[in-house]
Design a protein around this ligand. Structure first.
Ligand code: FES
Ligand code: FES
Length: 152
């Protein structure tokens, strides 16, 4: 089986896997990194949203071969030691989650959005396609605005 080396949450890792194995299964099953959730497997629900070289990506439809030599960040890699990311702090302040399942993806999508757009409008926030079947969208919007303010 081919081997692939990449960086995950600051550590270099090498895995042996079929080249077309979706990165979501590499993270969850081979590396035990379970923050990225499996919802649909077809790039629709966005529950698996993580970052590839700092940009939001969906590992359920990204083969491991495409991640070789690159940098993957999951929700587990967002905090700086004990210091939570400002987006995580805002999520806690606003008490966003209900069941929680979609929330790692929501947070990772938000961090990617704020990186490019530190002052998102409601329309920019609406463009986040992550699904929350608990309907926490109002609190997500509030937390995004709070995070934007605290980071600005
Ligand atoms: S699991 Fe639904 S987009 Fe990845
Ligand atoms: S908090 Fe339950 S799916 Fe979003």
């Amino acid at each position: 089986m081919p081997a692939f080396t990449f960086t995950v949450n600051g550590s270099s890792v090498t895995v042996e896997a079929p080249a077309d194995l979706p990165m979501l299964w590499v993270l969850r099953d081979l590396l035990g990194i379970t923050g990225p959730k499996y919802g649909c497997g077809v790039d629709v629900c966005k529950a698996c949203t993580s970052h590839l070289d700092g940009e939001a990506f969906n590992p359920c439809v990204t083969p491991v071969a495409d991640c070789a030599g690159r940098t993957v960040t999951t929700i587990e890699g967002l905090a700086d030691g004990d210091q939570l990311h400002p987006v995580q702090e805002a999520w806690l302040d606003v008490d966003v989650p209900q069941c929680g399942f979609c929330q790692p993806g929501q947070i990772m999508a938000t961090v990617a959005l704020l990186r490019h757009n530190p002052n998102p409008t409601d329309a920019d926030i609406d463009a986040i396609a992550n699904i929350c079947r608990c309907g926490t969208y109002v609190r997500i919007r509030q937390a995004i605005k709070q995070a934007a303010q605290s980071m600005g």
